[in-house]
Design a protein around this ligand. Structure first.
Ligand code: ADP
Ligand code: MG
Length: 377
């Protein structure tokens, strides 16, 4: 046959574009849950209850006691790029919320059956709305698409059912329900540690007791003890890290008036809190919880720097637990790298990593010296 000529270029259908985009944001039940938890936290919830069926593939439900959604906003709730959190591009550099793209709920509506029940304080009843392909859809066949009044508490309950029912390749890429459930538990656990003032529960439908359950108004230490156990918690160290003062070393030694210098040198461009196990604790695999400006992210460079520190302290094959919460001037972090916002880049990465590794190392070494000292007395 003759070689084919150029084929006509066609505009993709909106629904095809949106389903492709959805696949980039919602990889698996745990990534849907991450978005939903962030929305609940953005809504000021102090209680977040997660219910899961078949690893979240059949059902993923999250109930919060946050501010709720106004009834008049329900028609565009699941449309792409509708958000209450961002109005101008400049807002991006001073974000204090997790969300800003307005893509999460839209994505879920393209690849699952999405139901929202919500009530604001001002509403006298709750409203129930179902969504498909970015728009309201009837709760049941024959009914209208309009939100229906129903009973409900203040706050929002979002139910994601039959995730990826219309994207079979994505569905078949998922692991079994028990592995997906493990990932869900992991996400809930991490957010529970980072938000000790918020109560989290996570359970399977029909199960009498939750697999994760934390009280509200707890502390980070208490949350770690509860979720990772006393064996780990009793070996925890805690440091607050701030930038090394600029005047340190030769320059400041030459100055006589040290107190004046300090004021000028205060550098509050970033700070970090770390809770990490000492040399007495040895796990098989490193547990690393990293939050940058309260976002759960991954940064292999920070992880490797910490691994290197522990290599000098732990026996071969032993691994630590590290929870690190880093706060950087929002203007020096670019959160707009990827729709999932998992990958975060920031200025002065090398200097910040080095400083944190140094402080952690000092704490670990100081601790091992005091241990020796204890044995001697
Ligand atoms: P984003 O979080 O980027 O704004 P989402 O698609 O996750 O986008 O959510 C769209 C909007 O829906 C949010 O801006 C918020 O106004 C509202 N919303 C979503 N979940 C909740 C919730 N649990 N409580 C209150 N409002 C919510
Ligand atoms: Mg969101």
């Amino acid at each position: 046959p003759p070689p084919p000529g150029p084929r006509p270029i066609r505009r993709l259908q909106e629904s095809v574009i949106n389903r492709i985009a959805a696949g980039e944001i919602i990889h698996r039940p745990a990534s849907a849950l991450k978005e939903l938890i962030e929305n609940s936290l953005d809504a000021g919830a102090t209680s977040i209850k997660v219910t899961v069926k078949e690893g979240g593939m059949k059902l993923l439900q999250i109930q919060d006691n946050g501010c709720g959604i106004r009834k008049e906003d329900l028609p565009i709730l699941a449309e792409r790029f509708t958000t209450s959190k961002l109005a101008t591009f400049a807002d991006l550099s001073r974000l204090t919320t997790y969300g800003f793209r307005g893509e999460a709920l839209a994505s879920m509506s393209y690849v699952s059956n999405l139901t929202v029940v919500t009530k604001t304080k001002a509403d006298s009843c709750a409203w129930k709305a179902c969504y498909a392909d970015g728009a309201l859809t009837p709760v049941k066949a024959g009914a209208t698409s309009d939100p229906k009044p129903c009973a409900g508490n203040d706050g929002t309950t979002i139910t994601v059912e039959n995730l990826f029912y219309n994207t079979p390749t994505r569905l078949s890429a998922l692991r079994g329900s028990s592995e997906e459930y493990t990932r869900i538990i992991d996400v809930v656990t991490r957010y529970a540690i980072h938000n000790p003032l918020v109560s989290f529960t996570c359970k399977k439908t029909g199960s009498p007791s939750p697999d994760v359950s934390t009280p509200s108004s707890s502390t980070t230490e208490q949350a770690i003890r509860l979720l990772y156990g006393q064996t780990l918690a009793k070996e925890l160290l805690h440091v607050t890290v701030i930038p090394a003062s600029k005047g340190k070393g030769k320059a400041s030694a030459a100055h006589q008036d040290a107190s004046d210098d300090e004021d000028e040198d205060v550098d509050d461009s970033w700070s970090a809190e770390a809770h990490f196990t000492n040399a007495n604790y040895q796990a098989k695999k490193m547990t690393f919880l990293l939050f940058i400006n309260h976002r759960l992210v991954e940064a292999s460079r920070i992880k490797r720097a910490l691994e290197a520190v522990y290599n000098g302290v732990l026996a071969k094959g032993a691994a630590p637990f590290v929870y690190l919460s880093l706060q950087i001037d929002p203007r020096s972090v670019d959160v707009n790298v990827h729709p999932t916002k998992k990958e975060v880049h920031f200025l002065d990465e090398d200097a910040i990593i080095e400083r944190i590794a140094d402080v952690v190392q000092d704490a670990l070494i100081g601790q091992s010296q005091s241990r020796v000292f204890e044995y001697q007395t």
